[in-house]
Ligand binder design. Structure first.
Ligand SMILES: [Zn+2]
Length: 61
């Protein structure tokens, strides 16, 4: 199944609805991905405004 990326949260998800914001606006083009295991200790996660652990895309179009 092709993965989708939420335009708002930047998290990867499947099934057409974002698990965080419940929106259906997703992108299918991105330049990289990053996996946050502990968002509390990650400076990058803070910079991106990520609060939930998971796999996120960077430079989403
Ligand atoms: Zn979202």
């Amino acid at each position: 199944m092709k993965k989708e990326v939420c335009r708002t949260c930047k998290i990867f998800f499947e099934g057409g609805v974002c698990p965080i914001c419940k929106k259906k606006t997703f992108a299918t083009v991105w330049q990289g991905r990053v996996h946050f295991l502990n968002t509390q200790k990650s400076g990058i996660a803070k910079k991106m405004g990520v609060e939930k652990e998971g796999e996120y895309a960077i430079k989403v179009r």
